[in-house]
Design a protein around this ligand. Structure first.
Ligand code: TYD
Length: 123
């Protein structure tokens, strides 16, 4: 974070917290309180999630342990490797969630069924 008299500047780049070349960036905005998203894992994709405004909660599950992480600062990047089941919830109404991704979008990379995920994660 680079402070400036008019506000802050945040930088996300390969080599400082992002250990893959960024092929895609997407943002979730206009998120409704009380809703949940995610409910999938990726076979190959790696991601870094950053909550640019507001707050949200991630549940990360590697098939053995589930952990809860609250994101509420643009200074905080959450690394999500391959074969991690994720669920997102507790969105504040002003939440802006940016995701840096190592690959282009591919539906074939998704595991959307939790039992399939457990099978692939156990291999
Ligand atoms: P999904 O990754 O399931 O969203 P979330 O994890 O936030 O719940 O994607 C939701 C829909 O958007 C799904 O139909 C795929 C589509 N999508 C794209 O077309 N391109 C993308 O880069 C992403 C991330 C999703």
């Amino acid at each position: 974070m680079v402070p400036h008299e008019s506000g802050n500047l945040s930088v996300y780049q390969f080599g400082s917290g992002v250990d893959f070349l960024i092929r895609r960036v997407y943002c979730l905005t206009n998120l409704r309180a009380g809703t949940s998203r995610g409910f999938h894992a990726h076979r190959k994709l790696r991601q870094v999630a950053v909550c640019l405004a507001g707050s949200c909660r991630f549940v990360l599950d590697d098939g053995r342990v589930r952990e809860d992480v609250v994101l509420n600062s643009p200074r905080q990047g959450l690394n999500i490797g391959a074969l991690i089941w994720r669920e997102m919830n507790d969105f504040s109404t002003d939440c802006v969630l940016m995701v840096l991704a190592s690959e282009e979008y591919s539906e074939a990379d998704y595991i959307r069924n939790y039992d399939d995920f457990l099978r692939e994660a156990a291999r």
